[in-house]
Design a protein around this ligand. Structure first.
Ligand SMILES: [Zn+2]
Length: 199
């Protein structure tokens, strides 16, 4: 074997090693599966004030003793009861997640206007926020939001009186298999204004 033969052999060996490395690890950067950067954790914009019920006040800056119990009030000419608590606040006031959960639905409806449905991790509750002026820019269906995280702003979309912007807030008890628009309403008032515990 002459000198040229050794060089050719060396080149072949290096080529084989390079090929094996390419197959084994892939071309640099092209196939390399760097983990996707995790979305930044959803942080509450301000320290969360957790009430005795375990819920947070869903409208920023509203004191519990300023609430008026509007659950069960006659609406729509008395044909349907009001299955929610209305929390009055100026348009643009931050709407915060009363409890942590997954955004199950973002929905525009004739009555509710711009709405958010958030499902508790155990799937037993849905928190419904309606008449919203705008969604927070980074919320989406399927996103988990922490308690106290801003999800929207107060408004008067849907059938709300533009002169009286407010958050229409519902708590619905759910069977695990029930869908976002189902469930049985419970009165949020004692949970936000008093010392009642959510069961
Ligand atoms: Zn209402």
């Amino acid at each position: 074997v002459n000198r040229l033969g050794k060089i050719i052999l060396l080149v072949i060996v290096l080529a084989v090693i390079g090929f094996v490395a390419l197959v084994r690890f892939g071309p640099p950067r092209m196939i390399a599966t760097a983990p996707e950067p995790a979305p930044p954790p959803a942080r509450p914009s301000a320290p969360v004030q957790v009430l005795p019920s375990g819920l947070a006040m869903p409208v920023a800056g509203v004191a519990p003793d300023k609430l008026y119990d509007s659950y069960g009030d006659a609406r729509g000419g008395g044909e349907r009861g009001h299955g929610a608590l209305d929390i009055m606040a100026p348009t643009g006031t931050p709407v915060l997640a009363a409890a942590g959960g997954t955004i199950e639905k973002l929905f525009d409806s004739e009555l509710g206007g711009r709405t958010v449905y958030i499902r508790s991790p155990d799937r037993r509750f849905v928190y419904y926020y309606a008449h919203l002026d705008a969604y927070a820019p980074d919320i989406a269906e399927g996103l988990y939001v922490e308690q106290g995280r801003q999800i929207a702003t107060v408004g008067s979309t849907g059938d709300a009186d533009p002169a009286g912007p407010h958050l229409h807030f519902e708590i619905k008890r759910m069977a695990p298999e029930q869908k976002w628009h189902e469930g049985e309403g419970i009165n949020p008032y004692p949970l936000l204004a008093g010392n009642a515990a959510r069961r």
